[in-house]
Design a protein around this ligand. Structure first.
Ligand SMILES: Cc1cc2nc3c(=O)[nH]c(=O)nc-3n(C[C@H](O)[C@H](O)[C@H](O)COP(=O)(O)OP(=O)(O)OC[C@H]3O[C@@H](n4cnc5c(N)ncnc54)[C@H](O)[C@@H]3O)c2cc1C
Length: 496
């Protein structure tokens, strides 16, 4: 229909860069903005946005960026992006969105690969501006950090005082809020649990817009619903993290195997006897172009945390190929940040912008070898794409205490990740890998395993219920209590 647009249409159309968002039109479900020269009376028809310390953007670049993520597979365009200038902004906007039933998703670094931090027509809260690191001294046992802080910044700040969070993800440029929403796993988790097991307090904004402090002894139901809770009940704005003394240097061993079952068994021995501070492993291509080389990666911390590493004692009884074993000594931070040069190379090669249909599973220990062999048997390194990585390492069930971080019921589960890549416009390859992911998940679930929810596996609400198992009733109840209108993080697809 042509002709003079109604005032309401004009309000919805004002999304040019630089326009200040002033209100929300509940009838038209759109944000309203004014520009110089616009009818100043026009916003009287709309609900006024609260006064903010930060900014609310409706410009095209902001919306387009928030409609994409590391996966480049799912695209859902929000209608506005909040860059909070304060925690008060988060409270005000979540409350506002709750009042008007606008869906909301916090976004840390946008490294989830399957639309998890996207929200169609809603509000994305970019947490990067909430990145303060609290006071620290040599004897600190905890540090309080903003949810948008990246782990690299947290590590550098604490290391200046000889301290460190006990567990890190392999890649440090992820936000604290983003990894605490999923779990946060790394090679130290066999000793210390996941990152979520090392949080003493959270400050969160619930879906109803209430700013709450919670911990194991205060609003414990909320605390446990937020850690590894995939953003369903509250937006984390601040986390208090446990600290331990940091080593100055580490010794990193890489041990090669040609037998998957032996490799997994040696890893299990190591996490059960605890002789190393860090244990991970990778599956690599062999000369025949199949996934046939297994590399165990184990790290021993040096002084002041441990004694100078003793090679003979550390490698005793392991069944790797001794000819290919090697070790390197390096400063602790360089070890933590070991992926930085790899990722710089991926960016230089243009692979970083590929689609990432990642598969991330938690395999029961007793079926890990069979499941791993079956999944890898149906996939070649060429299928997994350029720069693809396969991670395979054990986690101890007794160290994973956060109820919503699901693994198997066995004493040892294995994290099994196929980190695939395909050109973003090769939809056939992406769809093939998504179908492979789904089949691998089903085979895993049939043996009592599940997924680690940082990947790209097509999932239904019924799958989520199965995934959370005995933890589902508490999550469902917390959702009803803290996000009664269900506005938070629809991109996970948990509640329909
Ligand atoms: C290169 C790479 C390496 C990785 N390595 C590891 C690894 O070693 N170990 C590991 O465990 N994971 C790893 N991951 C996965 C990663 O931990 C998760 O995808 C994590 O959620 C990403 O953090 P982010 O800041 O980018 O979060 P986003 O992608 O921005 O958000 C992820 C989810 O968390 C929610 N969310 C974000 N911030 C908050 C908040 N403040 N409050 C509530 N909910 C929030 C979002 O709405 C979304 O649903 C890796 C990912 C990549 C891309």
């Amino acid at each position: 229909m042509s002709g003079t647009p109604s005032r309401r249409t004009v309000l919805r159309g004002l999304t040019v860069t630089g326009a200040a968002v002033t209100g929300f039109d509940p009838g038209a479900r759109g944000w309203a903005a004014t520009t110089a020269g616009a009818d100043s009376g026009s916003v009287t028809e709309v609900a006024r946005v609260p006064r903010l310390d930060g900014t609310l953007g409706t410009d095209d670049p902001s919306l387009a960026a928030a409609a994409d993520d590391y996966g480049h597979i799912v695209h859902r365009r929000p209608s506005a992006v909040l860059r909070p200038g304060s925690v008060r902004d988060v409270v005000a906007m979540v409350r506002f969105c709750n009042d008007h039933c606008v869906p909301v998703a916090p976004r840390g670094q946008g490294h989830a690969p399957f639309g998890q931090a996207q929200v169609d027509g809603g509000l994305v809260i970019e947490t990067a501006t909430l990145a303060d690191i609290g006071p620290l001294g040599p004897g600190s046992t905890t540090v309080t950090v903003g949810a948008g802080a990246r782990w690299s910044t947290v590590a550098r700040a604490t290391l200046a005082h000889g301290l460190t969070p006990p567990v890190f993800t392999d890649y440090l440029e992820l936000s604290v809020g983003g990894t605490l929403s999923v779990g946060g796993l790394g090679g130290q988790a066999h000793r210390h649990g996941a990152q979520v097991d090392n949080v003493t307090e959270l400050r969160v904004v619930t879906g109803a817009g209430e700013l709450v402090r919670c911990s194991p002894s205060r609003r414990a139901d909320l605390f446990h619903a937020v850690l590894a809770g995939l953003g369903q009940c509250a937006v984390i704005v601040e986390a208090t993290l446990r600290l331990v003394p940091a080593p100055r240097t580490v010794r990193r061993y890489q041990l090669t195997y040609d037998d998957l079952a032996v490799f997994l068994d040696d890893q299990r021995v190591l996490v059960q006897d605890g002789r190393f501070d860090y244990v991970e492993g990778q599956v690599q291509a062999d000369a025949a172009g199949t996934f046939g080389v297994f590399v165990l990666e184990a790290v021993a911390y040096g002084p002041p945390v441990g004694p100078a590493p003793d090679d003979t004692a550390l490698l005793r009884g392991l069944r790797h190929d001794p000819a290919s074993a090697h070790s390197t000594d390096q400063p602790y931070y360089d070890f933590l940040d070991r992926l930085a040069p790899v990722i710089a190379a991926m960016k230089a090669a243009g692979i970083w912008t590929y689609a990432h249909p990642w598969l991330n599973l938690m395999l029961p220990g007793t079926s890990a070898a069979a499941l791993g062999a079956r999944i890898l048997g149906g996939l070649t390194p060429a299928d997994a794409g350029p720069g693809a990585v396969v991670l395979f390492y054990p986690l101890r069930g007794d160290r994973l205490t956060a109820p919503l971080l699901r693994s198997s019921d066995e004493t040892v589960s294995y994290l099994f990740d196929v980190l695939s890549a395909a050109p973003a416009d090769d939809t056939a390859a992406v769809d093939r890998l998504l179908a492979t992911n789904r089949a691998a998940y089903e085979a895993t679930a049939a043996t009592g395993g599940t997924h680690y929810p940082v990947g790209s596996i097509p999932f239904t609400p019924a799958d989520w219920r199965t995934h959370f198992g005995p933890a589902w009733p508490a999550l469902e109840s917390a959702k009803r209590t803290y996000d009664p209108l269900g506005i938070l993080v629809p991109g996970q697809g948990i509640f329909g």
